[in-house]
Design a protein around this ligand. Structure first.
Ligand SMILES: C[S@@+](CC[C@H](N)C(=O)[O-])C[C@H]1O[C@@H](n2cnc3c(N)ncnc32)[C@H](O)[C@@H]1O
Length: 222
């Protein structure tokens, strides 16, 4: 058995033992496939991880960049509870429409604002509007702008807020000095900014599993 097959098997085992994916979550992923959206949502155990981070930090206001079909949004919207709110930002109106349908079916639409547009613009507008701070920011849109998203996230958070960035390892390409892939360069700039900003305490972890070899970074705003 090759490594990737074993990673997938272990992920299946972990999900089977630990993660309860109900009809709304399974249905959200399936509707995304039916409508031709790419299969790039977080894995079930990663969704559960995000929800645990939200719950452990008592997050009530969550900002998500990159909605796709709303799979991770459902995990986060459940984690914030009925009084909580999630703002999720999606560039592609077709993705946003599928996400709205999924959130509606999950009975969570009232907790979630789906903002359609480039995340750089939407975040700048939130800053300009004097938005209340978010407790948790999940950065999972394009990777090119990750460092810019971090800078804006710092203007939309408070001391103690948590920022999570996904896909920062990219099958190890993040350390390939010859790579000119804009997503790799974006992830690298994001990690550099996380590690060199005195306003943040951060770490990153590599992951393997059903989504291959990747990793996420997690930071606390000082
Ligand atoms: C990895 S997917 C998000 C997956 C989702 N968080 C989940 O786990 O279910 C990335 C999404 O970001 C969106 N996106 C790409 N560039 C964007 C941008 N500049 N602003 C906002 N969203 C963007 C894509 O259309 C795509 O739907």
């Amino acid at each position: 058995m090759d490594n990737e097959a074993r990673w997938r098997d272990v992920d299946s085992h972990l999900v089977g033992e630990l993660v309860e994916e109900d009809d709304a979550l399974v249905g959200a992923r399936e509707l995304g496939r039916e409508r031709g959206l790419p299969a790039i949502e977080v894995a079930p155990n990663q969704g559960a991880f995000l929800a645990l981070v939200a719950q452990m930090t008592g997050a009530r206001r969550v900002l998500e960049l990159g909605t796709l079909a709303g799979y991770s949004t459902i995990w986060l919207a459940r984690a914030v509870g009925p009084e909580g709110r999630v703002t999720t930002v999606e560039l592609d109106p077709r993705h946003a429409a599928v996400a709205r349908e999924n959130l509606d079916r999950a009975g969570l639409a009232y907790r979630v604002d789906v903002e359609v547009g480039p995340a750089l613009d939407v975040l700048s507008d939130l800053v300009d509007a004097g938005s209340d701070p978010y407790d948790l920011v999940f950065i999972d849109a394009d990777k090119v702008n990750m460092a810019a998203y971090l800078e804006l996230a710092l203007r939309l958070t408070r001391s103690g807020s948590v920022i999570v960035g996904d896909n920062v390892v990219r099958r190890g390409a993040v350390v390939d000095p010859t790579s000119d892939d804009p997503s790799v360069l974006g992830a690298r700039a994001f990690l550099h900014a996380l590690g060199n900003d005195p306003r943040l305490e951060a770490t990153a972890l590599q992951t393997v599993g059903s989504k291959g070899w990747d990793g996420f970074a997690i930071a606390r705003v000082c």
